[in-house]
Design a protein. Structure first.
Length: 345
């Protein structure tokens, strides 16, 4: 089988740490032939570091010369729609970092271009593909927690990652930095509550020394027929955290995305024996999760979230099946995110 050819647009952090390594792991199915950035020197540096044959500062030139099957877009969101639509008109399938675009109208234009040119679009909703989140969705579908009742999401991004950087592109997004992290809480909610019918947002400014940052603390409630998702998004700490609690009437799933752990929490009576057995079972689940993660690390079988997405997207092209995340899913995430941003205006 001749591998598909891919090119990547953008040479920043997400391309270097996530996308390029994932493409390299799947080199038998897809090969990166070029990287493009408006800063040609940056593109050349990334190409050299990852043994990518060519570097460009023009997307149009890169597509014309490389004739890729896939264009992977790792640029700021305001450029997503224009790059994606142009690439699809040139016959390329498109992988787009979240958020899919800046507006629902832009998402509709991307979907229309995909259909008109008979090419596929996949949106990088990466947190859906953490091992424990994949397992949590299976457990919910299997009825392990009983009837789904709601969920809680807690995301903490260290202040020095975005907030303290005056020139970071996220500060220019509608609603500020929530436009960078917000897609995660929206699409994780949509995995269990879809459609989202009601949105409530509170936000607080914590740091006067960062006037370019609109807010650093958010509380967001997303409600639908299935329940409510309540999220805390913090940029006021030096800690990383990504936790999801999924509530059922028979059990609660406690999911730590970064530790790759999942604990089934059952404590229906506040009696010493019940609490004691609950703690024992929770420790067992935690140890099992960490043991599995450790064995994957040691056996070098650990797959990143982007491994799942890129491998799945390539398979969807080869087999003409749905991509891991459809453009319609990307559109719905953008729709809800726009409502959040409007409430912060």
């Amino acid at each position: 089988m001749t591998p598909l050819k891919a090119v990547i647009v953008g040479s920043g952090l997400i391309a270097n740490l996530k996308h390029i390594p994932a493409f390299k792991k799947h080199h038998r199915k897809v090969q990166l032939s070029a990287v493009c950035d408006v800063n040609l020197e940056a593109a050349k540096k990334v190409a050299a570091a990852h043994d990518i044959p060519h570097a460009y500062d023009s997307v149009a030139d890169m597509i014309a010369k490389e004739k890729p099957d896939i264009v992977d877009i790792c640029t700021p969101p305001k450029t997503h729609a224009s790059i994606a639509i142009d690439a699809m008109h040139r016959g390329c399938h498109v992988l787009i970092e979240k958020p899919m675009a800046m507006s629902v109208a832009e998402c509709d234009d991307i979907i229309a271009a995909s259909k008109a040119n008979q090419v596929k679009v996949c949106v990088v909703h990466s947190d859906l593909f953490y091992y424990p989140f994949i397992r949590a969705r299976k457990l919910v579908r299997a009825g392990v927690i009983g009837t789904f009742r709601g969920m809680r999401i807690f995301l903490s991004t260290p202040t020095d990652y975005i907030t303290s950087k005056a020139d970071h592109w996220a500060h220019k997004l509608p609603g500020g930095v929530i436009g960078e992290t917000g897609p995660h809480l929206v699409y994780m909610t949509l995995a269990f509550i879809n459609p989202i019918q009601d949105v409530h947002v509170m936000a607080k400014k914590l740091f006067d020394k960062y006037p370019w940052s609109r807010f650093e603390d958010y509380r967001i409630d997303l409600a639908g027929e299935a329940g409510i998702s309540s999220s805390t998004i913090s940029y006021g700490s030096d800690q990383w955290l990504a936790r999801v609690d999924i509530i059922g009437d028979k059990a609660i799933l406690l999911v730590d995305l970064e530790a790759m752990s999942l604990v089934v929490y059952r404590r229906d009576r506040l009696k010493p024996v019940t609490i004691g057995m609950s703690v024992v079972n929770e420790c067992r689940d935690l140890l099992s999760s960490l043991t599995m993660a450790g064995s994957r690390y040691l056996g070098k079988s650990l797959r990143s979230t982007h491994d799942f997405i890129i491998d799945g997207f390539v398979e969807s092209i080869l087999n003409n099946t749905a991509p891991p995340v459809t453009p319609e899913e990307g559109r719905e995430s953008v729709r809800v995110l726009r409502i959040i941003s409007e409430q912060l205006a």
